[in-house]
Design a protein around this ligand. Structure first.
Ligand SMILES: Nc1ncnc2c1ncn2[C@@H]1O[C@H](COP(=O)(O)OP(=O)(O)OP(=O)(O)O)[C@@H](O)[C@H]1O
Ligand SMILES: [Mg+2]
Length: 161
């Protein structure tokens, strides 16, 4: 039987426990999840692609069936190159919905075989975003309950004077 594969694209700058929660739960549905780090997005990232990838790898080391890769350009082309037709996304509070709906529709219009699967955030991560995490640490705050230990260390290090 073919392995069921899902691709979870994002910026992951850095990966948070909200992301890890989505990945772990997706592994109950899919055999393999590729966490795909977008290289040239519209945002200027705090962590380099290489740093983001190694933080994802370290933070998912105990989960079986997870890979981390980077991609550039159109997500639909990347999906094709992986022979995969499932995009995995997480949904937080209502504000995610409009944007995610646009994205899923656009991808499906470019390639009608593509399905986007949404997993709803776990209650304790509803308001967790990478932006909030970056912002907190940049001002000396700490959120160890919301990021994997390797990410916590990397953030403290990044903003050390
Ligand atoms: N706490 C969370 N719970 C569920 N899904 C999440 C959570 N945080 C992010 N996601 C989902 O993960 C995917 C990748 O998100 P992304 O890399 O943009 O992270 P982000 O936290 O939204 O970062 P940023 O604040 O930089 O936009 C998206 O589908 C996003 O909705
Ligand atoms: Mg986001």
């Amino acid at each position: 039987m073919n392995k069921k594969l899902a691709i979870y694209p994002g910026t992951f700058d850095p990966v948070t426990n909200g992301h890890i929660d989505i990945i772990a739960r997706a592994l109950d549905i899919f055999d393999e999840v590729i966490v795909a780090v977008l290289v040239n997005g519209s945002k200027t990232p705090l962590f380099s692609t290489k740093e983001r990838l190694s933080l994802i790898k370290e933070s998912t080391a105990s989960l079986k069936g997870v890979k981390a890769e980077s991609y550039d350009g159109l997500l639909v082309d990347y999906l094709k190159s992986k022979n995969c037709n499932v995009v995995l996304r997480g949904l937080r509070v209502a504000t995610d919905l409009d944007y995610e709906f646009q994205l899923a529709t656009a991808n499906n219009m470019m390639d009608t075989g593509i399905e986007t699967v949404f997993l709803m955030t776990s209650a304790n991560y509803t308001f967790l975003t990478s932006s909030v995490v970056r912002d907190a640490y940049s001002h000396g705050g700490r959120l160890p309950k919301f990021v994997p230990p390797a990410v916590h260390t990397a953030l403290v290090d990044k903003f050390k004077k």
